[in-house]
Design a protein around this ligand. Structure first.
Ligand code: SF4
Length: 438
């Protein structure tokens, strides 16, 4: 990065962020430092803004709302409330194992254990009790994808007394051709969205402006269009990007959906993929195996996918979160903007595939395997994801029957390296690839 720009970002981060934002500030500094000798991509720039915007909001007395990884921030940007995705902290600490003391503290106070309550949220309760959790003004969360998430947000709300709004996600489909169609699905989300707007207006005294909403949803849909094109490009053989790349589309939409940052980042990712497809360049050299990874990454080991690439000349096409499938919609009227927001909520990465009957997930997987010419499926089954465990087993059988493709499912804690180690995971993957796939 240009040294002047680097110094500008350094200066922007100076000052007292407040005790509760100590970890947030540390994360900003840790993210910025290596950029001194690296290119400032739109993705990096977006991450810097994610951290800085919270500090800026605090300085300017602007409200901050905490939300989970499965709800996008378009409504919050519309209202000019700064969104803080909680998992940026709880999960962001995992690659450095800095979440472990907080996991241990949660155990000590009796707030669940690894197999029962998810470590994607559990550390926030420990951070809170030790005065290190960011203190938002508002809290918004969903009833999906699991009771564990919903419970941790309720505990946070009860311990802090921060006003919260909960959105209930229906089970049923909104497309008429779907066997599980219910004509009330989209309207049910829209009515809750409008209640959420009223709630935010009452809590903050800020006004919901229709022109802001329209502009936000236009930007959101522009970014969705780029992601859709990116997803299409990944059908090429060789796959034009590395295994981790798709995940950044998800991160972009869930932290900056509805902003220019998201448009710039998703366009940049689309352009990079398109350029490689045009030139026949693969994300990894000499691609031999294409893997579907229809669940979350092993967040505590950021080098695992690179190891898979190097060891087997295999590319993970996209993980479940990174396979962001929200389509762009018409946003010509305010009612259409509400519809688009509702459909985005229903189709969001993990929500869309896991919120209803198992058939949603099975169909998703069969299409994924056929569309992306997949050779095998690897599904790390996070211990706390009890609701998905059986779904994975049944789906792997359906996949085998319909496509003949083998699956590997293994238990682990995606956020805690002490439960199932990287080495044990690598052994399982090695056995599977060498004895079943090749
Ligand atoms: S990883 Fe599983 S248990 Fe954790 S929040 Fe997601 S769905 Fe819930």
């Amino acid at each position: 990065m240009d040294i002047e720009l680097f110094n500008k970002y350094k200066k922007l981060g100076r000052g007292n962020w407040g005790k509760d934002l100590t970890i947030w500030k540390t994360m900003y500094t840790a993210f910025l430092s290596p950029l001194r000798n690296a290119e400032l991509t739109p993705l990096n720039e977006m991450f810097l803004n994610i951290f800085l915007d919270i500090f800026k909001a605090r300085k300017e007395g602007k409200p901050i709302i905490m939300h989970p990884f499965n709800y996008e921030p378009e409504l919050f940007f519309t209202m000019e409330i700064a969104p803080l995705m909680q998992e940026v902290i709880s999960v962001g600490l995992a690659p450095f194992h800095m979440n472990q003391p907080y996991i241990d503290f949660a155990n000590k106070i009796g707030y669940g254990d690894n197999p029962t309550i998810c470590n994607a949220q559990r550390p926030i309760i420990s951070l809170l009790m030790q005065g290190a959790a960011p203190m938002p003004d508002l809290l918004c969360f969903l009833s999906t994808p699991c009771n564990s998430l919903s419970m941790s947000y309720q505990v946070f709300q009860n311990l802090t007394g921060i006003p919260s709004f909960n959105i209930d996600i229906p089970y049923w489909a909104y497309e008429q051709e779907n066997d599980y169609y219910d004509d009330k699905t989209v309207d049910y989300i829209i009515s809750q969205t409008k209640n959420c707007v009223n709630w935010m207006e009452n809590q903050t005294k800020l006004k919901f402006k229709e022109e802001n909403f329209k502009q936000t949803m236009d930007l959101c849909n522009q970014a969705r269009g780029y992601v859709l094109e990116f997803n299409e490009l990944l059908k090429a053989v060789p796959c034009p990007v590395t295994s981790q790349t798709g995940f950044w589309n998800f991160m972009t939409m869930v932290t900056r959906g509805g902003t220019l940052d998201a448009v710039k980042t998703t366009k940049w990712m689309r352009d990079e993929a398109a350029e490689n497809v045009k030139n026949g360049i693969g994300g990894i050299p000499n691609e031999k195996i294409r893997i579907a990874w229809p669940y979350t990454h092993i967040f505590y080991d950021q080098a695992l996918l690179t190891w898979i690439e190097k060891t087997f000349n295999a590319v993970v096409i996209m993980d479940l979160l990174g396979h962001y499938k929200v389509l762009p919609h018409d946003t010509s009227t305010i009612e259409n903007c509400y519809k688009s927001l509702a459909k985005g909520t229903l189709d969001a990465s993990m929500v869309g595939k896991c919120r209803g009957p198992i058939e949603y997930y099975i169909q998703y997987m069969i299409n994924y395997i056929k569309d992306y010419k997949i050779d095998c499926v690897i599904m790390p089954m996070h211990f706390a994801c009890k609701h998905v465990s059986i779904m994975g087993q049944v789906t792997s059988e359906a996949i085998k029957e319909e496509t003949g493709i083998p699956s590997l499912i293994f238990g682990c804690d995606s956020y805690d390296s002490r439960e199932v180690t990287s080495e044990a995971i690598k052994d399982k993957i090695s056995d599977f690839v060498s004895q079943v796939v090749i």
